[in-house]
Ligand binder design. Structure first.
Ligand SMILES: C[S@@+](CC[C@H](N)C(=O)[O-])C[C@H]1O[C@@H](n2cnc3c(N)ncnc32)[C@H](O)[C@@H]1O
Length: 238
């Protein structure tokens, strides 16, 4: 059986699977005034590390969605006892099961790059209030890649494209985001809390080939450390 990179994350239960992990999430959330009235959607919640953090620290109307059933199962397990106040759904970023103009904030941490970007950004724009903010933490190309390098990354990560900052800005503009700022932050500037670490919650009986896939991910991370990075975008429709 062949597994995708997302299967690897799901079956190993890797939480905080975005650049900067929970440390960066905390810094980003500090920029957003969230209160009890706030409707917040986390797209691609993965194993729910950020969802649980939000539920614990921010009183708001919280929604989380992911398309991978194992991710949803692991988030559900993590949120046991707290689920009454959180709407957790299996579904896709390209076809969000929400009415127009519902959310004050949408957060996507290393998710949108894995989706059909033009479709998911249009969906975010549709379900976000006119005054709302979309926050993306996304894989970004820092230097040009050869065709061979691009193919290697696209095949391994199962993605359709690798965007530079300019590409992201162009796609955001095309999707109705008129006011986009890039949050410039160096990971070295951030001070981690004692709880900020990459977590593992391994499913029983995982296929041993997945350990090779994890090694391959680590090899690629090291190989492309100067060519691939991330950007944080705060995006408004007005
Ligand atoms: C790299 S993981 C990041 C997970 C989580 N945000 C985190 O930081 O730990 C990407 C997540 O996006 C989800 N995902 C990928 N494509 C998606 C789509 N089209 N719709 C919804 N979720 C998607 C995957 O299932 C996975 O949980």
């Amino acid at each position: 059986m062949s597994y995708s990179y997302t299967d690897l994350l799901a079956l190993f239960g890797i939480g905080g699977a975005h650049p900067g992990g929970l440390t960066l999430t905390r810094a980003v959330l500090d920029e957003l005034p969230i209160n009890e009235e706030t409707a917040l959607l986390e797209v691609g919640c993965g194993t729910g590390q950020t969802t649980a953090y939000l539920a614990h620290h921010f009183p708001c109307r919280l929604y989380a969605i992911d398309q991978h059933p194992v991710m949803i199962e692991k988030t559900r397990k993590r949120l046991l006892g707290k689920q009454d106040s959180i709407s957790l759904l299996e579904g896709s970023a390209e076809d969000l099961p929400f009415v127009d103009n519902k959310f004050d904030y949408i957060l996507s941490e290393s998710v949108t790059a894995f989706t059909k970007v033009q479709e998911s950004l249009k969906e975010y724009s549709r379900v976000l209030k006119q005054s709302g903010t979309l926050t993306l933490i996304e894989m970004t190309k820092l230097q040009s890649l050869s065709d061979h390098e691009s193919r290697e990354l696209l095949d391994f990560y199962g993605i359709h494209d690798i965007f530079s900052e300019e590409d992201w800005l162009l796609h955001l503009e095309r999707s109705g985001f008129k006011n986009v700022t890039t949050f410039s932050i160096q990971l070295e500037e951030l001070v981690p809390d004692e709880d900020d670490f990459t977590e593992f919650d391994i499913s029983p009986g995982v296929d041993p080939s997945l350990f090779d896939k994890l090694d391959r991910h680590e090899e690629l991370t090291s190989k492309y450390k100067n060519k691939l990075g991330f950007r944080v975008f705060f995006c408004k429709k007005a």
